[in-house]
Design a protein around this ligand. Structure first.
Ligand code: GRF
Length: 190
């Protein structure tokens, strides 16, 4: 099945750009029908525009949570989105929003869940002296970084790694993992 993907971002958008490129090159069959940011300064919005992708900014600071989510859902429905990909989206979606979306929502997180949920994952992994970290793509439920795991990639942490080097290593794996997961979802949702 080819999805109409809506990508939700808050910042840089490297995962977003990678998904856009995979769609444009035909590596995945799905189309990116919109990119939405909750943050008006998100660099990712400029990148999406360059690729002629529909974009929308809904500045969360200007709305109540309810109204923010209502605007978001209305926009996604208008664009016929049937798969939401969170890619560095820093707002927690409410249980009500998730219930009202009758399509899948997936998220990428830069750790091997269920370890290191939440923020500052790279720093916490380094400080805990763990030997392996990585990234996880999971379905989104009402609890942060807690929905069923779809797939993971492992990264070895060496003694020379710091927060930044680990972040870079994991991000490279994230890009590969997102495309792998999308291909599998397309195959499994015929
Ligand atoms: C990634 O590390 C992702 O796992 C996390 O936020 C970061 C977003 O990076 N949820 P980018 O905006 O895709 O470059």
């Amino acid at each position: 099945m080819a999805f109409n993907i809506g990508i939700l971002i808050s910042g840089n958008g490297s995962n977003m750009l990678n998904i856009i490129k995979a769609s444009k090159s035909g590596e995945i069959n799905s189309k990116i029908v919109t990119v939405v940011s909750n943050n008006s300064d998100a660099l990712g919005i400029k990148k999406a525009k360059k690729h002629n992708i529909n974009t929308k900014t809904i500045n969360h600071k200007l709305y109540s949570k309810n109204d923010f989510e209502k605007n978001l859902l209305d926009h996604l429905k208008k664009k016929n989105v049937n798969l939401i990909c969170l890619a560095g989206f820093m707002k927690v979606l409410s249980a009500d929003f998730i219930k009202r979306c009758n399509f899948k929502i997936i998220n990428i997180h830069p750790s091997l869940l269920p370890s290191f949920k939440g923020l500052d994952t790279h720093k916490r992994a380094i400080n805990m002296n763990v030997k392996y970290s990585g990234c996880t793509i999971h379905y989104v439920n009402k609890d942060i970084d807690s929905g069923p795991i779809i797939d993971q990639e492992i990264v070895r942490i060496t003694k020379n790694d710091n927060e930044l080097s680990l972040k870079k290593k994991i991000l490279m794996k994230e890009h590969k993992l997102y495309i792998k997961v999308l291909k599998n979802l397309e195959k499994n949702c015929e």
